[in-house]
Design a protein around this ligand. Structure first.
Ligand code: ADP
Length: 267
């Protein structure tokens, strides 16, 4: 395998706790190279899942965190000037298509729509990527697959994927795992006891009920792992929870009181 692509191989098995039949469904989708959309709130396991799947399938994974300043050239590539003149440099999408990686565009709605359309020819039967500036047409490697993540909570009319983009993907819905599975994940990732992780998940469940009533987004699995990691290093539970579960997500005094009350119920 080419050196450039070898660096994107996932060498160690990532810890991933299956929540439902998502592993089998993804494998079926990959076998026909169906472009996939992983939908769900932030911090619920989408990125970990795609890392695990890349490892399991033995394919390189190229991840791009999307933002609104991103241009099509950031994905496709550009000419660079150096001492010997101009030189073409493939962007991450071109590298993935050329060498057969899974290309994961994280939070794709953050990118402008005119940027997102560069993935269109790669996500239909053509499976090509035109490098217009270079006058080259890359035919995607047989192993190439496109994966995007999408948080349905964030989208607005101004910021959403076009139907013509959405309809190119199969989708898997992600959400926070059920109580026992989430507690298992938090204990595994942070090193706290089963009893402590069980309490942390109970706090999150209360906070998730506040979503839409003053909170934009619930407490994620990622945040619970942060809380647990501090506790595992000796930080008092209430202090650890304030720092990781309450303060980051709201500045509203009433909402902070409500979250503090949830913390105090369990610790
Ligand atoms: P997202 O991509 O949805 O924002 P991540 O995949 O980064 O979220 O998940 C945040 C953290 O939660 C991960 O680093 C991992 O530790 C943990 N996590 C969430 N769900 C799972 C799961 N099903 N199995 C293992 N770890 C998980």
């Amino acid at each position: 395998m080419n050196n450039d692509i070898e660096q994107y191989m996932i060498k160690e098995k990532p810890y991933y706790r299956a929540v439902s039949d998502e592993i089998e469904l993804y494998e079926a989708a990959y076998s026909v190279r169906m472009p996939m959309m992983l939908k769900g709130p932030t911090g619920c396991g989408k990125t970990r899942f795609v890392e695990y799947m890349a490892w399991k399938l033995g394919k390189p994974l190229i991840t791009v965190a999307c933002n609104e300043d991103m241009t099509a050239s950031d994905l496709v590539g550009r000419f660079l000037l150096d001492a010997s003149g101009t030189r073409w440099q493939d962007g991450p999408l071109a590298v993935a298509a050329r060498y057969g990686a899974i290309c994961y565009l994280d939070e794709v709605v953050e990118a402008r729509q005119d940027t997102t359309v560069v993935i269109h020819p790669l996500t239909d039967a053509r499976r090509v990527l035109p490098l217009e500036k270079r006058g080259e047409l890359i035919e995607a490697h047989p192993d190439f697959q496109m994966v995007i993540s999408y948080n349905p909570g964030y989208q607005s009319l101004m910021k959403d994927l076009k139907q013509s983009t959405k309809q190119r993907f199969g989708a898997l819905d992600f959400n926070y795992p059920s109580h026992d599975i989430e507690a298992e994940i938090v204990a595994h990732e942070s090193g706290v006891s089963a009893d402590t992780s069980d309490r942390l998940v109970s706090i999150a469940e209360r906070a998730r009920n506040l979503k839409g009533h003053g909170l934009d987004e619930g407490i994620s699995t990622r945040m619970l792992i942060y809380a647990g990691s501090l506790m595992a290093r000796g930080v008092t539970p209430v202090v650890a929870c304030r720092m990781t579960l309450v303060q980051p997500i709201t500045d509203d005094p009433d909402m902070r009181d409500a979250l503090d009350a949830a913390v105090n119920t369990f610790f």
